[in-house]
Design a protein around this ligand. Structure first.
Ligand SMILES: *Cc1c(COP(=O)(O)O)cnc(C)c1O
Length: 355
């Protein structure tokens, strides 16, 4: 592995923009903290990382990523409690997944301990940007782009790794209406579905737009071969509560291995629910709804944490399901995770990086 360094060269802003922020109406992903981290890769090694003012990049129009999309990203959140303590949830998992994504896209990796250190240093510097209100947080966006000034298809020799952060409010406040997609495909075996690679998201915009025009906020993707098995929601994994079982599709190369989903399943086990990670067919879900056995369904991902589903559309029929009630597993697990991330309950799974 190419060497990289923990030593970060820090240039602080002379004046913070923090007083310009409307903390009451925080849109997702549009407000940026004072600083960003930048690290370049050239001649098979990473340069010293720098932390500097959040600012525009200057790139030649020939920059490789702009044409062929060699880019990967991560998404995670930092929280701050009333005592001023900062916590970040399962950051090493994001570091590992970043490297898995990078390998698939022919990009260099970053040692996981350094990845976590860089995040911690940047967040510590912009600590005052972490909202303390319940459900609010600092969204952290690490990403890497191919930067060769070359119009030709080959793995770039140079890359830029960056991290910036956004204070964010609650993502979804209400339960969502979803459509099971049986025509378009997000990911096929052998493809890049398991990677947080830019192109996956570009390719899913058009089918998602059609669904939105029909009144559904999210798609539930199905397998590319038969469109029979549930995969995921495209920015969230999906979990079903059928009878007394908590069930989620088994991770594979067509499903992004979500850290929220993994955490929810670990909590479900700890709470002595029966859990299953396996193939789950659309037919099974629809049958469970018809037999009143589907207790709930929800999305799980960093942005929303838990997004309860109130309507599932399949082949033109809307099926309404219970959502949002306080005695549901999804509501309890959401409350627990919110408390967990703020350090209000014991860190029994060792998931919190605190400083
Ligand atoms: C990021 C993402 C998820 C959720 O993963 P988390 O680690 O829980 O945030 C699910 N599906 C896709 C396609 C994603 O990009």
């Amino acid at each position: 592995m190419a060497q990289s360094t923990t030593q970060i060269q820090i240039t602080k802003v002379s004046e913070s923009r923090i007083n310009e922020v409307d903390w009451v109406n925080l849109p997702f992903g549009k407000v940026f903290s004072d600083h960003m981290l930048v690290m370049d890769y050239n001649n098979n090694e990473w340069s010293q990382p720098i932390i500097t003012q959040f600012q525009n990049l200057s790139l030649t129009p020939a920059t490789s990523v702009l044409h062929y999309g060699q880019t990967v990203f991560e998404g995670m959140k930092a929280y701050r409690n009333k005592k001023g303590e900062v916590s970040i949830f399962r950051a090493e998992e994001n570091a590992k997944r970043f490297n898995q994504s990078a390998k698939r896209m022919c990009m260099p990796t970053i040692p996981t301990d350094l990845f976590v250190t860089y995040i911690k240093e940047l967040v510590a510097l912009d600590k005052n940007w972490i909202p303390t209100e319940e459900g609010h947080s600092l969204y952290i966006r690490p990403f890497m782009i191919a930067t060769d000034p070359y119009v030709g298809i080959r793995p770039s020799a140079s890359y830029k790794f960056m991290i910036f952060t956004c204070p964010v409010g609650k993502y979804y406040s209400e339960a969502v209406r979803v459509k099971i997609e049986t025509e378009y495909t997000r990911a096929a075996h052998g493809g890049t579905g398991f990677a947080k690679a830019g192109g996956n998201y570009a390719a899913s915009l058009y089918p998602a737009k059609i669904a939105q025009e029909q009144g559904y906020q999210q798609l539930i993707w199905t397998d590319a071969q038969e469109h029979k098995y549930i995969e995921e929601a495209g920015t969230m994994n999906v979990v079903f509560h059928i009878g007394n079982k908590i069930i989620t599709p088994k991770s594979s190369d067509t499903i992004l291995d979500g850290i929220t989903r993994k955490s929810v399943m670990e909590i479900a086990k700890d709470w002595e629910y029966e859990t299953e990670e396996r193939k789950i067919s659309v037919e099974e879900v629809i049958t469970a709804i018809k037999n009143n056995e589907l207790k709930e369904a929800f999305g799980a991902g960093t942005a929303a944490t838990i997004a309860p589903i109130k309507t599932i559309n399949y082949k033109g029929v809307d099926y309404d399901i219970p959502a949002g009630k306080s005695d549901l597993f999804s509501t309890k697990v959401l409350n627990y995770l919110n408390q967990y991330k703020l350090g209000k309950v014991e860190d029994k799974f060792n998931w919190i990086l605190k400083f």
